[in-house]
Design a protein around this ligand. Structure first.
Ligand SMILES: Nc1nc2c(c(=O)[nH]1)N[C@H]1C(S)=C(S)[C@@H](COP(=O)(O)OP(=O)(O)OC[C@H]3O[C@@H](n4cnc5c(=O)[nH]c(N)nc54)[C@H](O)[C@@H]3O)O[C@H]1N2
Ligand SMILES: Nc1nc2c(c(=O)[nH]1)N[C@H]1C(S)=C(S)[C@@H](COP(=O)(O)OP(=O)(O)OC[C@H]3O[C@@H](n4cnc5c(=O)[nH]c(N)nc54)[C@H](O)[C@@H]3O)O[C@H]1N2
Ligand SMILES: [Mo]
Length: 903
């Protein structure tokens, strides 16, 4: 064991001895030992700045030695130091500094009704200031107030020039929107070239508002005169980053949301969705009562009646057509416990494995591909590993928009010079900072990754010992790679072979290379093949099983990892045991106490097919808006119309809910408790903040009620009790207990004694040896069949402001920031098609058409178009196809053959 050099080294605060920790500043040392030192320009999330000097302390290098006054925030603590935090001279110094600061601040500062929201007021009180001596030396009351933004405002007359906002924008978000203009008393914080929030490039993360010690920049909704009764910690329900949130509540109403600094995942940072886009929860459009279709209309009914209709129709369908005529789609937006219940209902009460979730249309190729290569489909490492990695490879992911807190961390690393490879057809924000941007044609990942493997092998940069000791299938793989026709792959992918070679060698030579991937990998006909190709690269270079390496899917939804873990898949039950294996059937039968179905069930696309063929009669969808989000919209609608009975459990009357026979009002994440599992396998506690609106109920309780209506006895929904049941069935949940999750949760596998796991596959793979797989690159059918008639390739993605079907974000101020799906088109194509920016265009494919506004942009290459799918009024999935991944049926949203013309 190596010895910790600072172990047992001691320093003193106000005469008391304490152990010091490596790398600590005096301020951190004091705070850790519960000594209060006032600060103004300090924020623990950022580098120390040492500008305000309020944190000054007296420092002596030995007892009774001469003292020096030093800023504690940026002076390192060292052995034997004696710190005085409250000497008379220090107290006087602090008071003088704050008095000067106050001269730069409106007169009413000490009396303004900030109710604990003003750090400056707190610090003034702490240093003993009762009145302002030099009143209004610098009057900034003429500074404009900026009220242009739905969520943030600025009133720079209150600014004290601590620059925390500027540093937060740079160091936390990495956006560099805020800056300083002028000097001394006249210096002023500006946004961009002195613009409003609205006109600037601000991404609305709110880090500046959170850090501002006065109200110079603040949240619009932060009501100064209302103080929260309670602050509740919960988890964001948007993306798979899983940010911790601290919600301020009064009288069952949410006042504001902030990011707690001690959160493991997001340490005081969120994006605008987590921090601000919560107003959907009490929007008038929320569903508040069950609805049943009568004479063609959805009408309000009692829960009792709705349950009766459902139980009767499911019983009837089951007796007439058998259990496999019924299917369920569970929700990656809901909790683990709710997902567990939903699959249990389908398997145990109905008796079918027809259960799936949005992982199908998202990362099912990741789960499958990584299971084939490693044995486990989940991220091998943690986001924290970014601090240890030497090379970051981002393939088909746009984390700045889709996983903003992780994206900001990646961007910070890139700005600090960490080598990076970005493989993406679009010039994303991350690509702008990349060392190597491989801007391939959509649909050619396997070609590019095979080229990378070729160059690594050719240069002799493989990790022989890893390959020999930890993998199988190498010799066949290597033979196939060596036989590749590089010129052909270069031509089909459109990426210069020299660039691919440089990137490949950088990846292989790096001491620790970490890959992240997203939907640009999975949502393709070769999605699973691409995932396995990424695993090949990691294994051949030994980038698995230690800090700062690995294969890390940026999982999409807040709980898509959990939905699959809980068994919301047609081929594997809770804990990933294949349902068609006798031993597993015995296992589940014993746990559930009833017979379990033995045939693999329908995946979502197979449900449509079965509905078309008259085999599927009834469908229960919990929290997924397939009518908007699944591809080939007309086909989806047509398939749903062929069902006898459709139940949709929602928080809004989504496009799918509009088609239902019964609509059940679920409670949103702010109105219920449970757990979400983020993209790094972290199981975190979601805690109820307010009571459900109207007559809504937690999705878990609704499932329990329907289980009971159909004669199965299941206890009321209670996450603690549910987790007990789950921990008996899902081996990697063995040690998960509700009361032990704390604020930042635990990463699975959680052992029976409660210890959790940060890095997978350290010693061996789940499947024993890692497996190499080789695949030829294949042109997708979409291009082969339609390219002549539809010569452009459209790729569809998401933007920062809106979330998937947009049911939630469209009902918040985010709509004021972005109000439509926009089509990006290269200037050359625009010229050839005679299109201008802002012009409406018709975009059409073999399936249908949409009309969108065009924006001319060099972010896409000629021949490539790009848009998003957030608005039902545009319905981009009118034009996407039913082509899908060869192994998992994940739709090919990323390659759509289209043509475009002026509308
Ligand atoms: N703001 C916001 N955040 C979200 C969501 C949202 O809707 N809005 N949705 C959540 C969900 S469900 C998910 S799954 C994640 C998705 O997050 P990401 O995985 O980042 O998904 P996308 O932005 O759809 O696509 C990622 C990138 O793939 C690129 N791409 C397209 N075709 C190819 C290709 O052939 N090869 C390569 N290498 N790249 C390609 C696109 O240009 C795009 O930059 O985001 C989650 N977070
Ligand atoms: N063209 C195109 N289409 C795509 C994609 C793409 O890249 N391009 N990406 C695909 C991907 S990756 C995904 S994951 C899917 C996502 O597609 P969906 O899963 O349909 O998208 P969401 O908007 O997340 O929809 C979830 C629904 O759950 C509801 N909801 C939210 N919270 C709760 C709750 O607590 N209880 C209940 N009962 N309901 C709730 C919301 O109102 C919303 O209607 O879209 C896919 N569609
Ligand atoms: Mo997703």
């Amino acid at each position: 064991m190596t010895k910790n050099p600072t172990l047992n080294k001691i320093a003193f605060i106000n005469g008391q001895p304490f152990k010091i920790q490596k790398g600590e500043s005096i301020l951190q040392f004091a705070k850790r030992n519960h000594f209060s030192i006032p600060t103004l320009c300090d924020d623990s999330r950022m580098e120390s700045y040492g500008a305000c000097r309020v944190c000054s302390v007296d420092v002596a290098l030995k007892a009774d030695g001469p003292t020096k006054t030093m800023a504690s925030c940026h002076t390192p603590i060292s052995e034997g130091m004696h710190i005085q935090t409250q000497s008379p001279s220090i107290q006087k110094l602090r008071k003088n500094i704050i008095e000067l600061v106050l001269t730069d601040h409106p007169l009413d500062c000490l009396t303004c009704e900030s109710n604990g929201n003003c750090e400056l007021q707190d610090v003034a009180a702490e240093v003993g200031i009762r009145e302002v001596r030099y009143k209004n030396a610098a009057d900034h009351s003429h500074y404009d107030k900026d009220e242009s933004h739905p969520y943030m405002r600025s009133d720079l007359s209150k600014c004290i020039n601590c620059y925390r906002c500027v540093r937060a924008c740079d160091e936390i978000q990495g956006e560099f929107v805020l800056g300083v203009q002028g000097r001394g008393f006249d210096s002023k914080i500006i946004k961009g070239a002195d613009l409003s929030f609205d006109d600037s490039a601000c991404v609305s993360c709110g880090a500046c508002a959170q850090t501002c010690p006065t109200a110079a920049i603040s949240d619009v909704f932060q009501s100064k005169s209302v103080q929260a009764q309670e602050k509740i910690r919960t988890i964001c329900s948007y993306c798979g980053v899983g940010c911790n949130l601290e919600v301020s509540v009064k009288n069952n109403e949410i006042l504001s949301i902030r990011a707690p600094n001690d959160a493991k995942v997001n340490a005081g940072h969120t994006c605008l969705k987590g921090r601000y886009a919560w107003r959907f929860y009490n929007h008038p459009d929320r569903l508040t009562s069950p609805l049943v279709r009568k004479n063609g209309q959805l009408v309000e009914v009692s829960w009792q009646e709705a349950y009766q209709v459902i139980a009767d129709r499911f019983n009837l369908t089951k007796s007439e057509y058998g259990p496999d005529a019924i299917a369920g789609i569970s929700s990656a937006r809901c909790t683990n416990e709710e997902n567990y219940l939903m699959q249990k209902f389908m398997r145990v009460v109905i008796g079918t494995n027809n259960i799936d979730s949005c992982a199908r249309v998202c990362h099912s190729p990741t789960a499958y591909g990584m299971q084939q290569a490693f044995g486990t489909g989940a991220a091998t490492n943690s986001v924290e590993d970014l601090d240890y990695t030497k090379l970051i490879m981002v393939i088909g992911a746009n984390p700045i928009a889709a996983h903003p807190v992780t994206g900001a961390k990646i961007k910070q690393k890139l700005m600090k010079g960490v080598t990076s490879i970005v493989i993406d057809p679009v010039e994303t924000e991350i690509a702008r900072y990349a060392t190597y941007h491989l801007q391939l044609r959509p649909g050619t990942n396997v070609a590019v990754l095979n080229m990378m493997a070729y160059f690594i092998i050719e240069a002799g940069l493989v990790d022989q010992s890893f390959i020999e000791n930890r993998s199988e299938g190498w010799s066949d793989y290597v033979a196939a790679i060596k036989a590749l026709d590089i010129a052909h792959l270069e031509q089909v992918s459109g990426v210069d072979r020299e660039l691919v070679k440089q990137a490949a060698e950088a990846y292989a030579r790096s001491e620790a290379a970490m890959s992240f991937h997203g939907l640009g990998v999975t949502e393709h006909s070769q999605g699973s093949h691409t995932v396995m190709s990424i695993a090949d690269l990691a294994m051949m270079t030994g980038n698995i099983g230690r800090r700062g390496v690995g294969v890390n899917p940026l999982r999409g939804q807040n709980n898509v990892q959990g939905a699959a873990d809980m068994g919301c898949q047609p081929h594997q039950g809770a804990g990933y045991f294949p349902v068609n294996v006798q031993a597993n059937q015995d296992y589940y039968r014993e746990k559930y106490g009833v017979e379990v179905p033995t045939e693999i069930g329908y995946k979502i696309p197979q449900m449509y097919q079965a509905a078309q063929e008259g085999k599927l009669k009834a469908l229960w969808i919990m929290g997924e808006d397939i009518a908007q989000s699944d591809p080939n919209h007309h086909y989806v609608i047509d398939s749903l119309s062929k069902l006898d009975f459709l139940v949709v459990q929602e928080i809004f009357l989504s496009e799918t809910a509009k088609l239902a026979d019964v609509v059940l009002p679920g409670a949103s994440f702010l109105e219920k408790s449970g757990t979400f599992t983020n993209g790094e396998r972290r199981i975190q506690a979601v805690r109820q903040v307010v009571s459900p609106v109207g007559g809504a109920k937690s999705d878990g309780q609704i499932v329990v009620d329907i289980m009971r209506a159909m004669g199965y006895q299941q206890a009321d929904y209670d996450p603690a009790v549910m987790l007990q049941e789950i921990s008996q069935i899902v081996p990697f949940f063995a040690g998960v207990k509700w009361d032990e999750l704390g604020d930042s949760g635990k990463q699975w596998p959680v052992l029976p004694d409660g210890t959790d796991t940060q890095i997978l596959h350290s010693e061996s793979f789940k499947r024993g040896l890692g497996k190499f797989h080789y695949f030829d690159w294949r042109e997708t059918n979409e291009v082969k069949s339609h390219a002549e008639e539809y010569p452009f390739i459209l790729t569809t993605s998401r933007n920062l402001e809106h979330y998937n079907a947009g049911t939630m974000t469209r009902r918040t101020g985010n709509r004021d920031i972005v109000g439509e799906d926009i089509l990006l088109i290269n200037p050359k194509d625009a010229q050839q098609k005679n299109l201008k920016s802002e012009q409406h265009v018709r975009l059409f494919s073999a399936r249908g058409e949409v009309k969108l506004k065009a924006q001319i942009s060099k972010k896409v290459k000629p021949g490539i178009l790009y848009t998003t799918f957030h608005f039902p009024e545009f319905m981009v999935n009118n034009i996407t196809s039913s082509e899908c991944d060869s192994e998992t049926l994940c739709p090919e949203y990323k390659v759509v053959a289209v043509d475009v013309e002026a509308a």
